[in-house]
Each structure stands twice: as C-alpha cells, then as structure tokens.
Write a protein that binds this ligand. Structure first.
Ligand code: FES
Length: 109
C-alpha cells in the first residue's frame, strides 16, 4: 500500500508499506528523520508525526499512554500521533503524514 510522507523541506516522499508494518518502520525505511529511540515503547516521542486530517479520523484512537507521550513532543498538532503506535492495515492505503519541524527526545539523549 502507498504511504506518503511530507518532509520538513516540503518534499513529498511516496513509499510502500505492508499490512502489519509499523508506520515508524516504514518512515525509517524511507529515510525519514524519525529516531524512534525507544523502539515503540512509548517512552521517547521521537517518532511523532502529524497525520493528514482526513486520515486522522480513520485511524484507531490513541491510547492514554500515547496521548501522555505526545504532550511532551515538540510541534504537537491536533492530528499528531506516535508513528510507532500505528500498525498499517489495508484500509490505510494512501495514508499521508507530515514530519514535524522539530523532535524532542523525552529520554534526554
Ligand atoms: Fe519512542 Fe514511538 S519510538 S514513542
């Protein structure tokens, strides 16, 4: 399925993902600058992305832990999510997310 990333420079990067992949892994494979320092443990927020509004409403809702971690991320928007918590399924073909302007590592390194 097709996933589109909008970079900090305003470029559009289209890539392929498979059902079951985490959005973070797909972003990293496409060369996006998401550190994902905690490897999906919801302890860093360096995997923060801003989801296109039309897609945000279609995604499964964020857990309370994810919301708490997003509170610590930089450049948080109403449609922000942690990409490590989004697991692709076939309904997500065409998903578009933006890489935030800044990322902050809540673990402090
Ligand atoms: Fe750390 Fe997603 S990789 S919160």
């Amino acid at each position: 399925m097709k996933i589109t990333f909008l970079t900090r420079d305003g470029d559009k990067v289209e890539t392929d993902g498979a059902a079951g992949d985490s959005l973070l892994a797909v972003a990293q494979a496409a060369g996006m600058p998401l550190e994902g320092t905690c490897e999906g443990q919801m302890a860093c927020s360096t995997c923060h992305v801003i989801v296109a509004r039309e897609w945000f409403v279609k995604l499964p809702e964020a857990s309370e832990e994810e919301e708490d971690m997003l509170d610590l991320a930089a450049d948080v928007q109403p449609t922000s999510r942690l990409s490590c918590q989004i697991v692709l399924d076939k309904e997500m073909d065409g998903l578009t997310v933006r890489i935030p302007d800044a990322s902050v590592n809540a673990q402090g390194f």
